[in-house]
Design a protein around this ligand. Structure first.
Ligand SMILES: NC(=O)C1=CN([C@@H]2O[C@H](COP(=O)(O)OP(=O)(O)OC[C@H]3O[C@@H](n4cnc5c(N)ncnc54)[C@H](O)[C@@H]3O)[C@@H](O)[C@H]2O)C=CC1
Ligand SMILES: C[C@H](CCCC(C)(C)O)[C@H]1CC[C@H]2[C@@H]3[C@H](O)CC4=CC(=O)CC[C@]4(C)[C@H]3CC[C@]12C
Length: 369
C-alpha cells in the first residue's frame, strides 16, 4: 500500500525547532512527511510563526523547554516515535562560556539520548557539524573530503569540542535497548556552513556592507575553499534520514553523513557575494586588502579586548583567532554516502537555493527601507 494512503500516525519531536535550521526542518516535515500525525517543536524560545502552523492538518505542539533539563526533555520525548535533535548553542564568537556550551551541547544531547531510552523512542537523528572534523588548529586543508577521509581532528575551541563529544555520545548510543526492549537507532548529520533564508551571519554581513557604503573588503584569499550547503537541502536530509532510519537500521545506524548539495566550492566571502552581489554590495579587492599577519594580530587583539572587557560588557566581533583560522582553511566535502545509504538527492538545485536566498536578502532590504 502507498505510504500516503495510510492514516498518519507518527509523532516527531524537533528540538531547537525555532532556530535557523530547526524552522526549515519543521516546515519540511509538514510539507513532505505524510505519515506525520503530531509534530512537537521544542525550543528555549518559541517563535510567533509557530502559531500559523497550528491551523494545518497535522497537530503542531509548541513546547517551551530547555535541553539541559532532563525532566523537560523526557516529558517532550514521551510518546514520540522520532527525535530530530538540532538544538545547540552555536557560538564561535565567545558570547557564551565554555561551560554553558558544554552544558547545552553535550549534557543536552545526553539528556535527549536518556529520554529516548527511558521513553522507548527508537529513532534519533542528531545535527552534528563539519566542525567535529575540522578545520583543525594546524590549518590542514580538507579538500573535497568524504566521511572516510583521514584527517587529524584537533579541537581546542569549546564549540567544535562540544559537537564532537555530543556526536560520539549519539553514535555510541546506537543499539542501546530502549524501554520495551527494542534497540535505539541513531545517526548524525554533519552540515558544512549552512546558508539560506534566516542565516544570521549573512544578515550581519549585509548590514555591515550597507554601513560601509555598499562595500565589503576581501580578507581571505579567493583560493581558500569553504564548504557551504543550502538550509533547505540540510532540512530535507534530516527528513529523509528520519524516514529511512527504521527500515535501514543495519546500514544507517551509528553512521555519520556530511550534508552536501550542488552549491559551488568558493571562498567564504566569494560565496556570500553570490547573494549579496545581486543585492547591491561589492567585494573590494581581488586579493586580501590586509596582510595575513595583520589579521592574525587584529584577531588576537579582539580576543584580548574580549577578555579585558568581559567584566563590563560583552565584546564579541566576527573576527577572532578561531573564526579567522576556520575562514582561512580550505574545508570542502565531496561525497555521495547519503545518496548510497538512503537515496538522498538535493531537493533544491544551486540556482533555486541561490534565488531563494537572494529573495530573502532583498526582503530584508525592503523591510529596512
Ligand atoms: N549554522 C551552521 O552553519 C551550522 C549549524 N550546525 C548545527 O545545526 C544546529 C542548528 O544550528 P542553527 O540553526 O544554525 O542555530 P540556531 O542558534 O539558529 O538554532 C539553535 C536553536 O536551539 C535552541 N536552543 C539553544 N539552546 C537550547 C536549550 N538549552 N534548550 C532548547 N533549545 C535550545 C535555540 O533557541 C535555537 O532556536 C546546531 O546543533 C548546530 O550546531 C551544524 C553545522 C553548521
Ligand atoms: C565568521 C566567519 C567569517 C568571518 C571571517 C572574517 C572576519 C575574516 O571576515 C565564518 C567563516 C566560517 C564560518 C563557520 C563555518 O561555516 C563552519 C561552522 C559550522 C558550524 O557548525 C557553526 C558555524 C560555523 C562555525 C561557521 C561560523 C562562522 C564562520 C567562522
Amino acid at each position: 500500500m502507498a505510504e500516503s494512503a495510510e492514516a498518519p500516525k507518527l509523532v516527531y519531536l524537533v528540538t531547537g525547532g525555532c532556530g535557523f535550521l530547526g524552522e526549515h526542518v519543521v516546515r519540511m516535515l509538514l510539507e513532505r512527511e505524510p505519515r506525520l500525525r503530531e509534530l512537537r517543536v521544542f525550543d528555549l524560545h518559541l517563535s510567533p510563526w509557530l502559531e500559523e502552523l497550528k491551523t494545518g492538518p497535522v497537530q503542531v505542539t509548541a513546547i517551551q523547554g530547555d535541553v539541559t533539563q532532563a525532566h523537560e526533555v523526557a516529558a517532550a520525548v514521551s510518546g514520540a516515535h522520532v527525535v530530530i535533535h538540532t538544538a545547540g548553542l552555536v557560538d564561535v564568537f565567545g558570547r557564551a562560556s565554555p561551560e554553558t556550551i558544554h552544558k547545552v551541547n553535550v549534557q543536552g544531547t545526553q539528556n535527549v539520548i536518556e529520554a529516548c531510552v527511558q521513553m522507548g523512542t527508537r529513532l534519533l537523528v542528531y545535527t552534528s557539524s563539519m566542525e567535529v572534523v575540522g578545520p583543525n588548529i594546524k590549518g590542514h586543508p580538507f579538500y573535497r573530503g568524504n566521511e572516510d577521509t583521514p584527517y587529524e581532528a584537533v579541537h581546542k575551541h569549546p564549540y567544535p569540542h562540544s559537537k564532537a563529544q555530543a556526536e560520539r555520545l549519539v553514535l555510541e548510543a546506537n543499539g542501546r535497548k530502549v524501554h520495551g526492549g527494542l534497540p535505539l537507532v541513531t545517526c548524525a548529520l554533519r552540515p558544512t556552513g549552512i546558508y539560506g533564508e534566516g542565516h544570521q551571519i549573512m544578515r550581519d554581513f549585509y548590514h555591515q556592507g550597507l554601513r560601509l557604503g555598499g562595500r565589503l573588503f576581501r580578507a581571505i584569499p579567493a583560493s581558500v575553499e569553504h564548504g557551504r550547503v543550502y538550509v533547505g537541502n540540510v532540512a530535507w536530509m534530516h527528513v529523509l534520514v528520519a524516514r529511512e532510519l527504521e527500515q535501514r537500521a543495519a546500514l544507517m545506524g551509528g553512521q555519520v553523513y556530511f550534508c552536501y548539495d550542488k552549491s559551488p566550492y568558493k571562498s567564504y566571502e566569494d560565496f556570500n557575494m553570490e547573494f549579496l552581489g545581486p543585492c547591491g554590495l561589492r567585494l573590494v579587492g581581488t586579493r586580501p586588502l590586509l596582510p595575513y599577519w595583520l589579521l592574525v594580530l587584529l584577531a588576537a587583539l579582539n580576543a584580548l579586548l574580549q577578555w579585558l572587557l568581559r567584566p563590563l560588557l560583552l565584546y564579541a566581533p566576527l573576527l577572532n583567532p578561531y573564526t579567522l583560522a576556520v575562514a582561512n582553511t580550505t574545508f570542502t566535502v565531496s561525497t555521495n554516502k547519503a545518496q548510497r545509504h538512503f537515496g538522498y538527492e538535493p531537493l533544491f538545485s544551486w540556482e533555486e537555493s541561490r534565488t531563494r536566498t537572494i529573495l530573502w536578502v532583498q526582503g530584508m532590504e525592503a523591510s529596512a527601507q
